[in-house]
Design a protein around this ligand. Structure first.
Ligand code: ZN
Length: 113
């Protein structure tokens, strides 16, 4: 675990413990100590479980498909979109811009209908 991860973990545990204290106080005053304790344990467990690593592959904003690499089902994923493909009638590549990502299939639907 590197220092950044340790800081992140500490921050998450501290937040969870703060929330847990509120829940514990609420439950201690009300329905039962065990409910409160169970919630506290779940919150702390959630806080110390590292978050799922994000999938780094670009994702199509239209169909949510991830860009593939050497996948026969999506050969055009290997190519970037460029306007020449439209002008010359070639298959379209993967669009990647400041305004988002669009897979070749969705790009073809948008441009060629
Ligand atoms: Zn798509």
């Amino acid at each position: 675990m590197n220092p950044t991860e340790t800081d992140d973990l500490l921050a998450r545990v501290t937040t969870a413990l703060g929330e847990a204290q509120t829940v514990a106080e609420h439950h201690a005053a009300g329905t039962g100590f065990r409910d409160g304790a169970t919630k506290v344990i779940r919150m702390v467990q959630a806080a110390i479980t590292p978050p799922e690593p994000e999938d780094p592959r670009p994702q199509c904003g239209s169909c949510q498909r991830r860009r593939t690499f050497r996948d026969e089902a999506h050969p055009m994923d290997a190519y970037d979109y460029n306007p020449m493909q439209v002008l010359t009638g070639q298959p379209l590549g993967w669009y990647s811009g400041d305004d988002g990502q669009v897979c070749p299939e969705c790009m073809t639907k948008m441009i060629r209908g």
